[in-house]
Design a protein around this ligand. Structure first.
Ligand code: TYD
Length: 211
């Protein structure tokens, strides 16, 4: 059986990450793996407290650097408390967003220095990077349409469209920067078709990993 690894999912809000994560998890279970699904802050008590500051719509005065460091802090806590022990047990850990979100939202979206955001985040995750990352690609317009059906919105979702465009363009740049790790998936396809695409990539990774 494969050793522990992270598979992460990225995309703008409403891209269908959650559906695909569940489908991949079911697929892996059928193959005899016992994957863990985590979304930041991963159920850590400290992370939950940090997250409530981050998403509180009243915190309009939050500085971009504060925002970036808080996401990195919550991530560091989740790594130490949850992800690292799971990886040590040899588990596949599926993450609903990881540090690429900070590169897209905080570096590109908030115009923070890319290298600074990257190195802070690599420190936060102790250089443990995903084996494979799926970027589920839907445009900011499609994302907005899907979000309009949702009931509550958080501080980040309340940002104007120009922010969401920057985040989207940021994800495109990440695809160019990390082509061997990040796979673009067309998020407008049928959910089933997307799942098939994802599972075939994962199958290849699992094959590679068996020695
Ligand atoms: P999340 O609850 O994961 O939202 P979604 O259900 O849309 O995936 O994340 C909440 C918001 O936080 C979302 O708008 C993206 C943003 N975010 C960042 O800006 N930076 C980050 O590092 C992460 C993890 C999320």
């Amino acid at each position: 059986m494969a050793k522990g690894m992270i598979i992460s999912f990225e995309g703008t809000d409403g891209s269908g990450k959650t559906t695909q994560i569940k489908a991949l998890s079911r697929y892996l279970e059928e193959k005899g793996y016992m994957p863990a699904i985590l979304r930041e802050p991963g159920g850590t008590r400290i992370g939950e407290e940090i997250r409530s500051i981050l998403l509180n719509s009243d915190n309009t005065e939050m500085a971009s650097l504060t925002e970036m460091l808080l996401y990195a802090s919550s991530r560091a806590q989740m790594m130490e408390e949850k992800v690292e022990p799971l990886l040590k047990e040899g588990k596949i850990v599926i993450l609903d967003r990881f540090f690429d979100s900070s590169l897209a939202y905080q570096a590109y979206g908030r115009d923070l220095n890319f290298d600074a955001v990257l190195s802070i985040n690599l420190a936060a995750v102790k250089n443990i990077v995903p084996k494979i990352t799926f970027f589920i690609d839907i445009t900011p317009e499609q994302s907005l349409k899907r979000r309009q059906n949702a009931t509550a919105t958080d501080r980040l979702e309340n940002e104007d469209m120009s922010f969401h465009y920057k985040v989207y363009e940021g994800y495109k740049k990440l695809l160019e920067k990390f082509p061997e790790r990040i796979i673009r998936i067309d998020g407008t396809k049928e959910a089933r078709e997307i799942t098939n695409e994802i599972t075939s990539y994962v199958d290849n990774v699992l094959k590679e990993d068996i020695r």
